[in-house]
Structures are given as C-alpha cells and as structure tokens.
Write a protein that binds this ligand. Structure first.
Ligand code: FDA
Length: 395
C-alpha cells in the first residue's frame, strides 16, 4: 500500500495543474490515468496548437446551473496568470482572433510545461508520481482516507481530486467516470449533454446538405444567445464556430436562428430593387453571400425572377427571413464529435473556493467533470487550469 497526501484521478489539463500546484506546496501526489500518455486532449486541441486560454475570460462566458460558481477560481487564477507561466517556459504564442491564444509551435509544449511544473515539486519537498495505462478497479473511502486499487496496486490518501473530464470523444478514452464517482459519494449530477458540437438537419432541411463545404459569416442564435462567427454547411447539417457556440445553448426540439446578412443595411433588398429593378434575387443575395448559398436561399424564398416584379412588402419579409432563418436541428453529432460536455457534477454540492464536496471532506472535483462549461476559444482550458489550481492549493 502506497501512502500519499493526495491522489488525482486523470492526467489531463485540470489534473496536471492540480498535481503541479499541490506538489510545489510540498505535497506527495499520485496522478493516475488509464490512458498511456498524459494530456491527450491537450495534444489534439486547437488543431495541434492548443488554444490554451482566452484573454477575454469572464464568468459570463461559462454555462452552469449556478452562473456565479466559476467566479472564485477564475478570479484567483486568470488568463494572465497562465500566460505568464507559458512565457516563463519560453513558449512562443499568438492571438488568433477574439482573444484566443495559441502556441506558435505545438500543443506538446503545453503538456511538457505541465510535466516540468510537476517535476518542480521535488524542490519544495513534494513529489508527483504519474501512473498511466491501467484502469481503476475501485475507489473507496473509509471515513478518513480514500483508497484506490488499480492493476493489483493499492494507494491511499486523505485527499482525492477527481479530474477525469467529461465523456466527449470516447474513442480517446474519455468517460463519464467522474459522474459515477459523484453519485457513489451521494453528490448530484446535472444531466450531461454534448456541447460545442455540430448539429444535424433532417426532413426537408436535408436539402441544405448539398451546400456541404460552404461557409459564411453569420450571427447564429439559440434562444436569446447569439454568436457572430462563421457557420459551415456539412454533409450532415451545420457546423463552424458560430454553430458550435450555439450548440451549447441548444436543446432538442428547439429551433436555431441564423442571420445570413449581419452586415446588410436595413431595407437592403428594397434599396437594391430601386437601384437595379431587373436584378434577380439570387444575384442580390450573391452580393452578401457565397454563390451556392445565395442560390439555395433564393430558391427557398421563391421570389419572382426580378426584384422589380416584387412588392416591397414581400422583399421586407424576405429580408426578415434572411436575418433570422430558422433551422430545426434533429440532433447533434453527439459525444463522438463534441469538444466538451455541458452539465456534470453539480456545483451545488461543491465549494467554489476549493472545489471540495461539502458533504465528503477531502473529495474534490475539477475541470470538465464539473457543471461549468466554457465557450469555444480557450475558455475550457482556462477553467481546467483555474479549478485545478484551486483544488491543488487546498489539498
Ligand atoms: P481531460 O479530458 O483533459 O482529462 C481527463 C483525463 O482523465 C484524461 O487523461 C483521461 O484519459 C482520464 N480519464 C478519463 N476517465 C478515466 C477513468 N475512468 N480512469 C482513469 N482515467 C480516466 N479547450 C480549449 O480551451 N481550447 C482548445 O483549443 C480546445 N480544443 C479541443 C479540441 C478537441 C478535439 C477536444 C475534444 C476538446 C478541446 N477543448 C479545448 C476542450 C478541452 O480539451 C477540455 O475542456 C479539457 O481538456 C478538460 O480538461 P480536464 O482535465 O477536465 O479533462
């Protein structure tokens, strides 16, 4: 039996941050993961360059049943703090768009940085052992200590940090294990669902699949939440950053709205009719949209062949439809394609300062496992760093 100050389940973003933090505070830490390498999602993130944070990080860019919960951890470990760490490791970075910071080189640099930080534990009398490549057999608690068994080995510690993430991308080894553990210890789980995920179209909207590969700058809307970014038609439905963003807010059975002409002046179609009455609706739309999209939308609007042959009232209705075109997704591409999971271990049972379960002293949940989910663009890693840090400081 090996004895530690803390055992961390999951060698991903939040688990490694928690391990480095606790280790540098002189704690003896064991990190276990069933994957054969640490930080696998970090490695594939941001197209291999890891969008490691967002300088616009603010609590209102996170979804949670309790929108205030993330404030404490995010406020104490900020995007600037993580950026300072990245710079201290000499990792070159750039801002791509909308405050999104990426490595110039490779996401591997972020994993190596976190492992380096874990190694620094020995300088302060701490220790971080990382045990990979074997599934956990059991996790128990005898009232004072947690005990894990894996591969015939047993380890015990008074603190357990659960950092096993969410079930997005199961083929990479992602699981809902954190939810099972939460329930085992009597904590509630907010129903998880795939998020930052492409949406699928069925019925008569399948005709939009013929636009597969066409992208356009739009404002996409789910309920009252709007995102201005690119939307992409796919052979299954809709994707692109604007759609991924609204997918986190979308619920089965609800429509989404797309403004295909976010930059058009009010009454632009009517103005086009006055200026060029012989212009076809398709060509008028083509002044704002990619050709194939203009053609499909013009067909759906079923206006007469020339703008001049159309009433202003009909044109106003067409403008309105183009500014809030309603799609009825019949589903999403699911966990197989979802970048994150919305929902998770209920924040109602956790301390926002330490991420510790209120009813099970010593048990902490961090990262994506928790019911806190960020927008697309580096927010989810920032939550992993901040919540991992909060738990690492507490154990
Ligand atoms: P994470 O998933 O990183 O780690 C969990 C660890 O637990 C894994 O190592 C896993 O093997 C292990 N584990 C799971 N179940 C286990 C079990 N039963 N037993 C033992 N170990 C277990 N975010 C962002 O901010 N910027 C970005 O650029 C991207 N890009 C991106 C691309 C793709 C393709 C995906 C799928 C996701 C992203 N994300 C992202 C999201 C980001 O990767 C995610 O939010 C964080 O990795 C979450 O960190 P965690 O440490 O909570 O989980």
């Amino acid at each position: 039996m090996q004895h530690y100050d803390a055992i961390i389940l999951g060698a991903g973003a939040a688990g490694l941050m928690a391990a480095a933090t606790a280790g540098q505070r002189g704690r003896r830490v064991l990190v276990v993961d069933h994957a054969d390498a640490p930080g696998k999602k970090i490695l594939i993130s941001g197209g291999g360059r890891c969008n490691f944070t967002n300088i616009g990080t603010a609590p209102d860019r996170f979804l949670s049943a309790n929108p205030h919960f993330a404030k404490s951890a995010l406020g104490r470990y900020t995007a600037a703090d993580f950026l300072a760490l990245v710079e201290a490791h000499g990792i070159a970075w750039h801002e791509k768009t909308l405050g999104q910071l990426f490595c110039d080189g490779s996401a591997r640099q972020i994993v190596e940085m976190l492992l380096d930080e874990c190694d620094k534990a020995t300088r302060s009398g701490g220790q971080v052992d990382i045990a990979l490549g074997a599934p956990l057999d059991s996790v128990t608690h005898d009232g004072t200590a947690f005990r894990i068994t894996r591969h015939g080995n047993r380890a015990t510690a008074p603190r357990l940090i659960v950092a096993t993430g969410g079930p997005s991308i199961p083929k990479m080894g992602a699981t809902g294990y954190a939810y099972d553990l939460a329930r085992q210890f009597g904590l509630k789980v907010v129903e998880p669902r795939p998020a930052l995920v492409p949406l699928t179209l069925g019925g008569e909207e399948t005709l939009f699949r013929s636009l597969s590969g066409v992208a356009s700058e739009v404002v996409a809307r789910a309920g009252k939440t709007r995102f201005r970014e690119a939307a992409l038609f796919t052979h299954r439905g809709l994707s692109g950053p604007a759609i991924l963003q609204v997918s986190s807010y979308w619920r089965h059975g609800e429509p989404i709205g797309i403004d295909f002409t976010p930059d058009a002046a009010p009454d632009w179609l009517i103005a086009a009719k006055r200026a060029q009455p012989r212009l076809s609706p398709r060509r008028a739309l083509g002044q704002h949209l990619p050709d194939r999209l203009a053609e499909t939308l013009a067909e759906r609007l079923a206006l007469p062949a020339e703008l001049g042959a159309t009433t202003d009232k009909l044109l106003a209705a067409a403008q309105g439809r183009l500014a809030d075109w309603t799609f009825h997704p019949n589903g999403s591409e699911g966990y197989a394609k979802a970048e994150v999971t919305v929902g998770g271990v209920s924040t109602a049972g956790l301390s926002s300062r330490t991420m510790e379960a209120k009813t099970v002293p010593g048990l902490h949940f961090v990262g994506e496992a928790v019911d806190v989910t960020g927008w697309l663009g580096g927010y989810n890693f920032q939550w992993a760093w901040a919540s991992g840090r909060a738990a690492g400081e507490a154990v």
